[in-house]
Design a protein around this ligand. Structure first.
Ligand SMILES: [Zn+2]
Length: 95
């Protein structure tokens, strides 16, 4: 299935703080409910959240797991905004 027809699950890469350094964006900390996944486009390791995993189960091949960087590129090509599934209130995963 073409990526253009699929729901994009945009996941933070496992090194987001390196990418965000100097931008003033707060450090990203995954929760204990996040799991590791792989960006389908570039192969980067990403954190996938519980709601994104649920969406993937429901949508099956209709969903694409992408890192934030690839998700933004696809979003630009489509010219539309990617919705947010909410969440972000889980217990932080301690490193
Ligand atoms: Zn990617």
């Amino acid at each position: 299935m073409e990526i253009g027809d699929r729901a994009i699950l945009a996941c933070p890469p496992t090194n987001p703080n390196a990418l965000l350094e100097g931008t003033g964006v707060p450090q990203y900390v995954p929760t204990v409910e996040h799991a590791l996944a792989t960006c389908e486009q570039c192969g980067t390791d990403v954190w996938i959240g519980p709601r994104q995993r649920q969406a993937r189960v429901v949508l099956g091949d209709g969903a694409a797991v992408l890192c934030m960087v690839c998700a933004i590129q696809v979003q630009r090509q489509r010219g539309c905004v990617v919705g947010h599934l909410g969440g972000g209130d889980g217990r932080p995963r301690l490193s």
